[in-house]
Design a protein around this ligand. Structure first.
Ligand code: EPU
Length: 415
């Protein structure tokens, strides 16, 4: 069982290179199924979720090879349109193969993902949207069996701007007959990255970056070479670490236009930042001030940033109210922070965090990727040693979190 060993650390100084966005890379890999031939993706982080998506593509008969930060995906004419439970169970994002399989092959058998540590996570909007495009679904032995002789464009109004549903619909619509309009589409930078990738493959998409996507179906797409956008959530993790330790960090590759709301919040807390063509430089000279935090779909404050902001609030001056509007169950790590001396009262979707000067190192457990990374951040502001077990959760989304933090002066090791 792997663990992080973290000691309270002084100011951080230096530079960290931000890797490719997990939540974009996974979807681009799924989208590569839409075209026969060799797709090349650059800036793909070496993390567990990408390895699982590689396994999933291989299980369908696709050849996938990693060369450094690049992966080569060779999609044959015939693929086996099946996503088995053994892989979907390990990564619920596997569900995004549903759209591309239905539009290119007309068949898909994908295991139902089930719940996870955030609570119940339905996929009803994915399925209803695909049904509006003409897909039919039946359920058997825990699998969804989808069929569609030829998808046909339609107007789909999403009840909520779901990231996954928007992506599945976008990937289904690009090869459908006629025009599809997705209203109330999610606008996250990773959705725009997927839309740009599809456009490069020959898809016709209007409204990229807006909540109304119009897709003109085309008969076929062609494989391309493409570079994944930087991971804004990884960048946010290092900004939070800087927030609790102080110092100056240069985040190579980070893009402020993908994280405007977060940067505004951090500025309100007392962080200074500037940007040049290589990335962001951020500075923290004194203890941060507490603020209120409320998560919303993009361009609002991402739910994925929240655990880091809570970790920073634990040692900020004053009190902050945190509201979770996306995932009802995303507060489990709070009990772990309380073990470290944090003053937090949580109820339902809300938590009030009263800042203390220092936390106190303790043995704690990572329940998911972001919660694990947030515990590492909190541990940097704790006296003594913190041991974070179940470190493998963090590997799902971070390439060498301990190494990158150590390189700027934090005391973090893997045992
Ligand atoms: N929802 C439904 N029905 C649906 C789809 C979603 O009720 O059919 C609900 C969800 O239960 C949730 C809300 O809508 O309450 C938002 O879910 P969304 O579909 O937007 O999220 P997702 O596609 O499942 C992605 C990211 C998450 C990130 C969320 C929100 C990936 C692989 N995952 O999930 O990232 O938190 O969007 O931005 O892209 C992570 O990276 O650790 C992570 C969890």
């Amino acid at each position: 069982m792997e663990k992080f060993l973290v000691q309270g650390s002084g100011p951080l100084n230096g530079e960290i290179r931000i890797g490719g966005a997990k939540n974009s890379a996974l979807k681009l890999m799924a989208a590569s199924l839409l075209a026969e031939g060799s797709t090349s993706l650059n800036n793909v982080p070496e993390i567990t979720d990408v390895a699982i998506m590689m396994e999933l593509l291989e299980a369908m008969g696709v050849r996938v090879q990693r060369v450094g930060q690049r992966i080569e995906i060779d999609v044959p004419d015939e693929i086996e349109p099946v996503a088995p439970y053994s892989l979907v169970e390990r990564m619920r994002a596997s569900i995004v193969v549903l759209g591309p399989l239905l539009s290119r092959i007309g068949r898909a058998k994908v295991a139902l993902p089930g719940g996870d540590d955030f609570g119940s996570r339905p996929i009803d909007m994915h399925l209803q949207g695909l049904e509006q495009l003409g897909a039919e679904f039946s359920y058997e032995h825990g699998d969804i069996n989808g069929r569609a002789d030829q998808l046909v464009g339609a107007e789909v109004f999403l009840e909520f701007p779901s990231v996954g549903a928007t992506e599945n619909l976008l990937m289904a619509a690009v090869l459908a007959d006629g025009t599809t309009v997705i209203e109330n589409a999610a606008r996250e930078p990773e959705i725009s990255d997927l839309a740009n990738f599809l456009s490069k493959m020959g898809a016709v998409i209007e409204g990229i970056g807006t909540s109304r996507l119009t897709i003109e179906g085309v008969p076929a797409l062609h494989p391309v070479s493409y570079e994944v956008i930087p991971d804004r959530i990884e960048a946010a993790t290092y900004l939070a670490a800087l927030g609790v330790c102080g110092g100056e960090l240069r985040l190579i590759g980070a893009r402020s236009d993908h994280m405007e709301m977060l940067l505004r919040k951090l500025e309100e807390m007392g962080m200074e930042w500037s940007e040049d063509e290589d990335g962001l430089t951020a500075r923290v000279l004194e203890r941060l001030q507490s603020v209120d935090v409320s998560t919303l779909p993009y361009p609002g404050l991402a739910t994925d940033y929240k655990p880091f902001l809570v970790a920073a609030l634990c040692v900020s001056q004053g009190a902050g109210m945190v509201t979770e509007n996306i995932f009802a169950g995303r507060f489990r790590y709070i009990d772990e922070l309380v073990r470290m001396g944090a003053e937090i009262r949580a109820e339902g979707r809300h938590a009030v965090v009263r800042g203390v000067k220092r936390l106190s190192g303790a043995p704690v457990r990572a329940h998911d990727i972001r919660a694990g990374a947030a515990l590492v951040v909190a541990a940097l502001a704790a006296d003594g040693e913190t041991v974070i077990s179940d470190a493998h959760h963090v590997d799902r989304g971070y390439e060498d979190l301990a190494g990158k933090l150590s390189s700027v002066g934090a005391q973090v090791t893997r045992i």
